[in-house]
Design a protein around this ligand. Sequence first.
Ligand code: SF4
Length: 446
Amino acid sequence: MVNKSFHITTYGCQMNEHDSETIAGMLLERGYTRAEDQKSADIVIFNTCSIRENADNRFLGTLGQLKKRKVASLKDLTICVCGCMMQQPQVVDEMKEKFPWVDVIFGTHNIHEFPELLEKYFAKNKRQRSVWEEHGEIVEGLPCDRLFRHKAFVNIMYGCNNFCTYCIVPYTRGRERSRKPEDIVNEVRRLAADGVREIMLLGQNVNSYKGVDADGVQRDFTDLIYMLNEIEGLERIRFMTSHPKDLSDKLIQAFVDCKKLARWIHLPMQAGSSAVLKRMNRRYTREQYLELVRKLRAAVPDIAISTDIIVGFPGETEEDFEQTLTLCEEVRYDSAFTFMYSIRRGTPAEKYEDQVPEEIKHARFDRLVETVNRISIEKNAAYVGRTEEILVDGPGRNGEENFGGRTNTFKLVNFEGTPDMVGKKFMVKITDSNTFSLVGEVVSEV
Ligand code: SF4
C-alpha cells in the first residue's frame, strides 16, 4: 500500500479534465489517495494547457510559488508536470532551466506511463522526464476516477489534422486517431450500467471521427451517435468540439432521429469575416457557417448554439471585426467563449506581420463581450416561465441549499434543493434569468 496522497490541478479543456480523471484513476488503483487540497498533498500534479497565453502564465506562477515548499520539504513533496505544454520541446528545456526541482515530466502521448515514472522516481530518487514526440497506439482500458457519478466524459478520438494557423494543438496532441466504435460502445455500456445518465463525447474535432469496426467497416461520427442512442440506461448524449467544415447533413438529421442527442451544439465560429477565416485556415466562409446554422435551426428549432470567437487575429480590420459582431447578431448565440488573439510559439500566425495592437484588441474585445452578453441575456430571459427537465449536477455556489443542473440545451439552472437530488432528473420551472444561468423552482421528479 502506497502511503502518499496526490492533488491534480487541471488547466484548459475537457480533454485535459478527462486526462486528469485517468491520471487519478491510475493512481487510486495503485493505492495512492486523493489529498483534500494542494497544500496537504505529497504529490502535486499539474496538467497544463498551451492553447492560451494566460493559462501558461497562471501555471508558471503557481509552479514558482511551490519552490519554497519544495525546498523546505526536501524529498517529501513530489512535483509532476504533464499536458500540452510539455509536448513543446522548448518549454521542457525552459522548465529544466528555470524549475529544475520539478521531479517528473511526461506528455500527452504517454499518460499511461505515469505511475511507472513516479515509481522509478521514488525507487531511484532520480528525476524522470519522458515526453513522446509521436503518439503510439491508443491505450484502451485505463482506469478513470470520474468527476461525477451520473455523467462522464468519453474520448472518441485524439489529435487534430486541421492546422488552424493560430493553434498549437496539432503539434501537441498529434494527428487524428479514432478509437474503434466497439471500444467506445462497450465503454458507454459499462458507464450506463454504472449509473451514468449523460455522456460528453470528446475530441478536438469529433465530427471528423472515423473508426473502423471489427468487420473492417469504417464508421463516421453520426454512425457512432446512432449506435450510442440505442444504449439502455443512457439518457443524454452531448459532444464537443465540432468543426463547422465537418458538420454534415447526416449529423443534423441525427439531432432529429436520436432522442438522446441533446439539443445543443458548440460550433466554433472564430471570426465573422471570410477573409480572416481564410487566414486562420478554418476552411469555411461566413456564408457557409450561416447556412449550417440555418439548417440546424430548420431541423431543431430550439437548438442552443454556443461558440468560440477570437478577436484581434493578425490583419483583422475594423470592417472584419464588425462582421464578427453582425454574425453574432444573425446567429444569436446562447453563449460564447471570447478570446483576444495571443501569439502561440510554433504556429504559422506567429510569423504574420500585421499583428493587431493590444489597445485595439482590448477595445474590440469589450465590444464583442457587450454584444454576446446582451444576446445571452435575451436568450436566457426567454426561458422564464418554461418548465425544463434538469439533470442535477451538485451544489451550486450560493449557499448550502443551492443546487445546479443543466437543461437538455445545456443551460445552467440554479434552484433550492437537497444533496439526495444529485444525479436525478427533475422538472424545474424557470423563474428568473441572468447572463450565464437561469433560476428555477423544482416542480417534480422525472
Ligand atoms: S480544429 Fe483548429 S482550433 Fe481546433 S484543435 Fe484543430 S487546429 Fe486547433
